[in-house]
Design a protein around this ligand. Structure first.
Ligand SMILES: O=P(O)(O)OC[C@H]1O[C@H](OP(=O)(O)OP(=O)(O)O)[C@H](O)[C@@H]1O
Ligand SMILES: Nc1ncnc2[nH]cnc12
Length: 172
């Protein structure tokens, strides 16, 4: 069966702030076949990239990145909001479409030279992934690409990610 993933995504106007058209993926996640197909399609989309490990930012990057890592047969590194990881971390602050935040990663979660695929549900301004990239590189990892279910082309997040191979399944 082939899926038009856009049909499974609900757009909610003015959430979490007036003017934002929120792309809600919970409507896709609750459908087992569509969720599975989306992960399979992302696996297909990153074919050809050499990947040692997948890293995904909290929280929606977990629901995409972890199953994608399993499908690829590699490990998963959670990039968490500040204050959640128990071990020694490196941290970085960033802006996103509707606010500011701080991300952290365990210092020992990526080995120097490891090839890292970053995965998330959505690329908007690119702030989250630029920061994730910065953290991965700080640990000596090589970012070989970034994979998304959704790309908001009108926010031009790609401009913040020069030199990074970007793969997305659907665009708005
Ligand atoms: O490209 P950007 O402008 O950085 O925006 C994209 C990010 O925003 C959302 O996460 P959010 O920070 O809302 O957190 P959540 O996953 O915990 O909902 C989304 O899941 C991406 O990670
Ligand atoms: N418009 C949007 N919809 C869902 N998640 C987002 N993260 C940043 N912008 C978003």
């Amino acid at each position: 069966m082939s899926f038009n993933f856009k049909d499974y995504i609900r757009v909610i106007p003015d959430f979490p702030q007036p003017g934002i058209r929120f792309k809600d993926i919970t409507t896709l996640l609750k459908d087992g076949a569509a969720y599975r197909a989306a992960i399979d399609a992302l696996k297909e989309a990153v074919q050809g990239l050499e990947i040692d490990v997948v890293a995904g930012p909290e929280a929606r990057g977990f629901v995409i990145g972890a199953p994608l890592a399993l499908a690829l047969g590699v490990g998963f590194v959670p990039i968490r909001k500040s204050g959640k990881l128990p071990g020694e971390t490196v941290e970085a602050a960033y802006d996103l479409e509707y606010g500011k935040d701080k991300l952290a990663v365990h210092k020992d979660s990526i080995q120097p030279g490891q090839k890292v695929l970053i995965a998330d549900d959505l690329l908007a301004t690119g702030g989250t992934i630029a920061t994730t990239t910065q953290l991965v590189r700080q640990l000596g990892g090589e970012v070989v690409g970034a994979a998304f279910l959704i790309e908001l082309g009108y926010l031009d997040g790609r401009a913040k990610l020069p030199g990074i191979e970007i793969r997305s399944l659907i665009q708005y």
